[in-house]
Design a protein around this ligand. Sequence first.
Ligand SMILES: [Zn+2]
Length: 538
Amino acid sequence: MRQLFRACCVGLLLLFSALASYAQNQVPVFVSGKKQGHVSALTKNGITYVDLQKTARKLGASVELFARSKQMKITARGFYAILTAHLPEIIQNAQTVVLPAPVLAEGSSMYTPVEFFLLPQFGQAVGKEISFVNGALEVERPFDFARTDTLTGPEQDQLVFSSRKKITWTTASPNPHTVVVTFPGVTIKRDEHLRLKTNFISAVSIAQERSDAIMRVVLGKKAGQWKMEEEDGKIYFRAGKTLAPAPATKAEVAQSTPVSAPESKDDFEEMPAQTPSATAVMKTATPVMSAAAQTPVMKAAPQATISEARKKMRIMVDPGHGGKDPGAVRSRVREKELNLAVSKELYKLLQKGGFEVKITRDNDTFIALSDRSKKANTFKADLFVSIHTNASKNKNANGFEVYFRSEKATDKEAAETAALENEAMQYEEVHYNFVDALLQSLAKNEYINESSKVAGYVRNAVYKQPGIGIAVSQNNSVRQANFYVLKGVQSPAILIEMGYISSNKDRGRLTQSAVQKRMAQGIYDGIRNYAKNEGWIK
Ligand SMILES: [Zn+2]
């Protein structure tokens, strides 16, 4: 891993080869018909090669250089490609794509056949239509979906969208407070992250993910129902305590709905789906179907009622280290044993508490860091909790800390803690290669907010738990750092450092089974409070 980081940091490519036989020229770039500079190019045998780094940046992608492997990685939202000097094969989002000619390297630059930038996936990712016409790169900005308005009110909050083509969507509710809407094959105008903090909609993010647009809505505390629907050529996401009929459709409903208009969803389901009266009824916000389900152009998923029974929250408990990897060792006390003891207690508490729970190891075995996150993802965990014990050269360093992952460490010590835990990678049997590393680095990081929330709950509960005897600082015990083990986890994830094995005091406490139980209880209480707050449990 260290070598990989070093390779990433080296900014200069070495001199790979001389390209005397290529004609040097320039390719002009036109954006929406206006000339916006040019990029350097080479031509040979009818193939135009453009400067990879400069062209990518000009078109809105980012570039990383890997000098050791003579590779460049180009990224834009939902898109990445790895181009290697002298090879026509590139890796594009885990697929192999073959360019018309090998990538060239000259001096500190790499040149790619211009076709690379014409890949539809690239254009989609940078939100542009790119073509190569008469020796020039032409760039247009297309989109077919945009948020046009946000309406808030005492009864409901609404997000309003307009669309340039017929679109469909599906919805999912990964937890009671989150709605994920997927619009397949839809290009949005721009990525957005809005913090509304209204009664019914707390936050919204809209992002392009490959060819799909994904909207994530975090519902507000007072939201009881939500729905997606199409009305008068616009698309609405609505959330409210209960969703009353829209005023515009009231008359229609009164006319066409029987006096004994059924309120239960069972009755609605029996209604003939395609009759006008059914359409009108659908618009009154039934708990089962949305109006859009009745509109031929739309294929909408059912709307949801938040109070409906749902699955148990799944938690993956991860005792750090194990087997040949002892973790930190001081005075013959091994971190892996402390981690396992507390994790097993926590596991028992969670099971009793009505959670669905798994543990990455329940004995002294070695598990690679990457396999830990894989296990959590296979289990479809809603929360990943990694249990560790910290160590420092400074014998006075002590105290309990909870970390959540972020690329940026809170401070130098947090970065050092992460480096210490990431060292477990040196024990991994499988050499973890370049592409794996890249794929990992692209793993979604959308869980940072939730993770920081869990971290806060756990910290507070451990602080309140009597009988632990390990310091929990008021303002410095929830921290962020770049932990590899949390990186690929597709759920909120925290890493707990129960104390310092290098501190005589902390070590003395953590080796006592009574303290281990208290520690587990504190962590459990924190998770439980989080689950309660998020609506997982009553
Ligand atoms: Zn550790």
